[in-house]
Ligand binder design. Structure first.
Ligand SMILES: NC(=O)c1ccc[n+]([C@@H]2O[C@H](COP(=O)([O-])OP(=O)(O)OC[C@H]3O[C@@H](n4cnc5c(N)ncnc54)[C@H](OP(=O)(O)O)[C@@H]3O)[C@@H](O)[C@H]2O)c1
Length: 322
């Protein structure tokens, strides 16, 4: 294996991280505007058992939404939904099992959800993992690619009919894709999306987050062209102190600790960009954006490449069996 194929993605990822930390050193987390009540609306938050997903699910329920926490740890998921339900009487919180590393599980989740006969106004594709050693999912995909991107790609496509029907002009359905500043370091290896030729966990994570941005822009174009009231945005929460960093090397863990206390955002602050895209009236009718700290930002140059968007979409359909 060429050592540069491991070293270059690692250095690029840490460079992105340092830039974000410098930004956070001088800029506070943005303040959410007053958010509209969400009574009568239904949403799904993947990875809603902890971290930013949990904060998002709680805030949505507080606004009156009926929220489904979709996660792969049943006990924790049920406990999270119970806690939210007790704290937020106005909304409703439920747990539904979803393992995003399994295409079969995604299909079963959608079947169960659709069996409830509810509308769907919001899908937050939040779940994710970072810097895990090379491993294959039951479908034979690299784990970052599968969990962070392909599982969400399939989930979104299978729920799209419901999202289209549940939205209306002036009151769109919304899809929020959780990306990251690391997408700036991402490269789409179209011929080796699973990174078999030379695995780098840093490269695999960055690729999955860039794929989410490409997916966001392509899907929004389709929705707009076909006249559906569905708004799709990608969000970047900054660097947030969550369990996502548990897979860092021990030296990096030790170095991270003092920074995390002072410079990282809290999960509530990190979740506010999701809440903004998901519920703010300022975002009604606004799609195809990359949002960071309450503002629209330029994403990586590659993310605007319409040929790359279309190629990735086509390949993802094949891989997900659509
Ligand atoms: N923290 C940051 O600095 C940061 C920065 C940029 C972007 N992000 C992104 O933000 C998102 C949320 O991360 P976080 O920081 O809040 O981390 P976190 O606390 O580790 O949350 C990750 C969530 O993903 C869920 N998840 C993991 N494997 C899953 C699977 N196979 N199927 C379904 N759900 C699964 C976890 O649920 P279980 O507990 O049930 O496994 C958990 O709820 C991720 O997409 C991450 O890439 C984070």
């Amino acid at each position: 294996m060429n050592p540069l194929s491991v070293l270059v993605p690692l250095l690029k990822l840490y460079y992105c991280g340092i830039r974000v930390l410098i930004y956070q050193m001088f800029h506070r987390s943005f303040t959410l505007p007053v958010l509209q009540k969400q009574n009568g609306r239904v949403g799904i938050v993947t990875g809603g058992t902890r971290g930013m997903g949990y904060e998002t699910a709680k805030h949505l329920a507080r606004l009156g939404m009926h929220v489904f926490i979709a996660g792969n740890e049943k006990e924790e998921g049920l406990a999270a939904a119970r806690t939210i339900q007790e704290e937020c009487r106005e909304g409703k919180a439920e747990f539904l099992f979803l393992d995003l590393t399994s295409l079969n599980s995604v299909r079963k989740f959608v079947e169960t959800f659709k069996g409830r006969g509810l509308p769907l106004h919001l899908l937050v594709n939040n779940a994710g993992t970072m810097l895990i050693p090379e491993m294959q999912t039951e479908d034979g995909f690299e784990a970052h690619f599968s969990l962070n991107y392909l599982g969400h790609f399939l989930l979104t496509n299978l729920l799209l009919d419901l999202l289209k029907r549940s939205g209306s002009p002036g009151c769109s359905s919304r899809i929020v894709n959780m990306s990251s500043a690391t997408h700036y370091a991402g490269v789409i290896h179209m011929k080796d999306l699973n990174r078999r030729q030379s695995y780098s966990s840093h490269g695999a994570y960055a690729q999955s987050k860039l794929a989410l941005v490409l997916f966001t822009y392509y899907l929004q174009e389709q929705m707009t062209a076909q006249g559906f009231p569905v708004m799709v945005n990608a969000v970047d929460p900054g660097m947030v102190d969550t369990a996502l960093y548990n897979n860092l090397w021990s030296l990096a863990q030790a170095l991270k600790k003092p920074f995390a206390k002072t410079l990282f955002r809290t999960p509530t602050e990190g979740a506010s960009i999701i809440m903004y895209a998901a519920t703010a009236s300022e975002m009604e009718g606004v799609g195809g954006c990359y949002l960071y700290n309450g503002e629209k930002r330029q994403s990586a140059q590659d993310s605007y490449d319409s040929e790359l968007q279309a190629e990735l979409w086509k390949m993802s359909c094949q891989l997900a069996g659509l």
